[in-house]
Design a protein around this ligand. Sequence first.
Ligand code: ASN
Ligand code: ZN
Length: 351
Amino acid sequence: NMLQTVIGVGKSQYNGEVPINTTFADGKYKMIDDSRGTGGMFGAMAITNANHGTTAGKVYVNDTNTWGDGKNYIPKGSTLDANGQTAAVNAMWGLMNTYDTLKNIFGWQSLDGHNTATYIAAHVNTAYDNAYYSDTCRCMFIGDGSSFYSLGSIDVIGHEMGHGVTAATSNLTYSGESGGLNESASDINGEVVEAYARAGGKGETIPATGNDWVLGKEISKTGTPLRWMTKPSKDGSSPDAWSSSLRRIDVHYSSGPNNRMFYFLSQGSSEDKASDYYSKYLVKAPAAMSGIGLDKAYRIWFRANTTKFTSSTNYADARTKMIEAAEELYGKPSREATAVMRAYAAINVGA
Ligand code: ASN
Ligand code: ZN
């Protein structure tokens, strides 16, 4: 039973033709990437076909090493048609890039840093407009979408795998302010992976920018993304700044201010008008600040989330721990630590 890792041709929906790692065994190709992850249900990182159910299903198998057709999936009952492979290609490409971002930047392997294999089950439910991480299986499920296209853009996969990293580290409780930070950690991960992948997915630094700072633009049929990190209130529900009512709103909205903090920390701030701020939050507008770039911002964030945050960390606590992380990485005082203070001040947290 000879196993061999080979590079297949994936016709993805959002990134054109991409090289995907597959395994050749017993005359067939399997969507298992033997070079990323060990153990788990499939021995390495894999993509399965939930085939409209809610369990993993079977690993994708093919006679040739060319997969998918780049087109959006149209459900055909329970028939496993070739078109269904495109969702699997999307998933594998997102997963390979997420895995590589963490490994190449931090030496962090897979979800838990110990290289425990994960998998994505594509085609969960029917016409399902969501994707999610499950800590029970340490795996992810992605829907085909109805008002969305297949939920497999790089930022969406990076977001879901980010939940696995958070679950294995800080384990931020998924409600209240900690829940907003948990969601934000995933959005940050999604955008960072997007930037890293767009720059070629190699090297030990994240480019200064290059991502689009919105979540899920590619999967949107209308062009309207799910969330805006630059100005979360563009979605009509997320606040741009912290307030005491944040703890009562959905975690996909209370993530907004921290997403914006991360955007300011990385890219700087200049755009806001004081009047918006006075009327909405009764706080002064964020002061102009220069950013420290995506690489440093992510290193500070990742250190804080994986080594300092706890399940009950709130926004004020996150600020303190982000400052500590910045000081440990870049010095006390440092331009980077000062930027963290300014970025949190800009969302009404701290001094
Ligand atoms: N896609 C959503 C998320 O990962 C699923 C959920 O609501 N948990 O946040
Ligand atoms: Zn999430």
